[in-house]
Design a binder for this molecule. Structure first.
Ligand SMILES: Cc1cc2nc3c(=O)[nH]c(=O)nc-3n(C[C@H](O)[C@H](O)[C@H](O)COP(=O)(O)OP(=O)(O)OC[C@H]3O[C@@H](n4cnc5c(N)ncnc54)[C@H](O)[C@@H]3O)c2cc1C
Length: 420
């Protein structure tokens, strides 16, 4: 028997994962969706995010206003990128060029979030609502408790509350060692410099074409690209922590000595000196630890609760895939919940989601970490050997980009039907 009441779904967290899912569920009239964000407003930190072809085709599959959401948010095709060596015997050689034909799109984070949330009714978007507890009241009914002592009842809760959210601990159990994200052993820092100054520091030749450059160092990586329609250059320096970060430490200031230490063992080239000066253009230079869910969650669901996005599988940024995977999560959840017309089917829908999404997303968490090692000249058996780096890289992206999203939806539905 089908329920005549819509199924109440609470999405916890209003980042790219929660907002994409909330938007995608609008088309299903049997679902009544509310989204809860802990901060005073829905917002995104950081400048830009790249959405690769897999994320774009997942948006296209979900349809409606998601079809062209990147374009409406001002997204553009990514420029080509060139990976070069900055350390070892092949220093200053090009490893390879990644052509713009890859068709990834880069978009301002805040603009994308605003477009995702636009079609959602204001009364369904709640801010200042930090979830502190989920109570399993009786079969099929949940009460969400917020830190302002208010509550909300729903039949399903989807945790899109990020790397340090609450819902993961509800699903796995507080004492599960996989709850906490761990330091991945990398840190990164950023310096934004006007284009003219960047040319003086690095040399005109790196700005003749609009191209992102990455430099593989010895235990580190340097990157630069042009932002803001050509006015600003972003320099990013990444290093590997050598026991100088404590677990849970999130950021620390970087001075000249610390920057010089990162590039100490890189090749003696003019670039090396330029890197130090480029980074020190930021008078408030800070290093941020990269964290990830190194320990795989044993499940993404418990009863009528599930987790998605960074709450389920936070990853290092080396393969630029966290947001793309959150979008794929949303596509699979939308597919399964679209077919779930009665609350008694929710646990099966979430089990199917877990079965289809967990292997792929966890594989990418670990692949991303391994890519970070290679990019910092520390790949096992690869080190600073340019030929081995060249051979090792392409296959690391192919399985991410070449996903057939229509097939992924079909697979999810067939798993769901096996539970019926
Ligand atoms: C430097 C860097 C570069 C990156 N580049 C790329 C890229 O190019 N391409 C790509 O695909 N990915 C990239 N990523 C990854 C991507 O940014 C993330 O995977 C993605 O933004 C995660 O979205 P999310 O909604 O799951 O989590 P979040 O953005 O963390 O959102 C979670 C939301 O939940 C809220 N919240 C937390 N706790 C609670 C609570 N208890 N109750 C209610 N609300 C709560 C938070 O305030 C937040 O708004 C990058 C990441 C980094 C660090």
């Amino acid at each position: 028997m089908l329920s005549d009441q819509p199924i109440r779904i609470a999405i916890i967290g209003g980042g790219l994962a929660g907002a994409t899912l909330a938007n995608s569920l609008l088309k299903h009239k049997h679902l009544d969706v509310d989204i809860f964000e802990s901060t005073p407003e829905f917002s995104e930190q950081g400048a830009a995010v790249g959405i690769a072809t897999n994320g774009q085709s997942a948006l296209f599959e979900m349809g409606g206003s998601l079809t062209d959401v990147i374009e409406r948010a001002g997204g553009v095709i990514m420029t080509s990128s060139r990976l070069c060596m900055a350390a070892g015997p092949s220093a200053m050689s090009v490893i390879f060029d990644l052509a713009a034909e890859q068709r990834g799109k880069v978009v301002h984070r805040a603009a994308l979030l605003a477009e995702l949330l636009k079609p959602i009714d204001n009364i369904k978007k709640h801010t200042n609502k930090k979830v502190v507890r989920i109570e399993d009241k009786e079969k099929g009914s949940l009460t969400i408790h917020f830190d302002d002592s208010t509550t909300f009842d729903a039949e399903a809760v989807i945790g899109a509350d990020g790397i340090r959210g609450y819902v993961r601990s509800h699903v796995l159990g507080e004492d599960d060692p996989a709850v906490a994200a761990k330091s991945a052993g990398f840190w990164d820092s950023r310096s934004l410099v006007p284009l003219q100054k960047a040319k003086e520091l690095l040399g005109e030749e790196y700005f003749r074409v609009n191209r992102q450059y990455g430099w593989v160092g010895d235990c580190g990586f340097f990157m630069h690209d042009v932002l803001d329609g050509g006015d600003t250059v972003q320099f990013v320096l990444c290093g590997m922590s050598d026991g100088d970060w404590t677990e849970g430490e999130w950021s620390k200031p970087l001075d000249r000595a610390a920057v010089e230490k990162v590039v100490e063992s890189w090749a003696e080239t003019p670039l090396k000196k330029s890197i130090v000066e480029a980074m020190l253009q930021n008078p408030d230079l800070k290093a941020f630890a990269e964290q990830h869910h190194e320990l795989n969650a044993s499940t993404y669901t418990k009863g009528h609760v599930c987790i998605m996005g960074d709450a389920a599988h936070s990853m290092t940024p080396w393969q630029g895939s966290g947001a793309g995977q959150a979008i794929e999560d949303a596509m699979v959840l939308e597919t399964l919940l679209g077919e779930t017309k009665d609350p008694t089917g929710l646990a099966a829908a979430f089990k199917a989601y877990d079965q289809v999404r967990r292997p792929r997303t966890q594989k990418i968490v670990h692949s991303s970490y391994g890519t970070g090692l290679i990019t910092c000249g520390r790949g096992e058996g690869i080190s600073l050997d340019i030929n081995k780096i060249r051979e090792s890289m392409p296959g690391r992206w192919a399985f991410i980009y070449e996903q057939d999203q229509a097939q992924h939806r079909k697979e999810a539905l067939s798993v769901l039907k096996s539970y019926w």
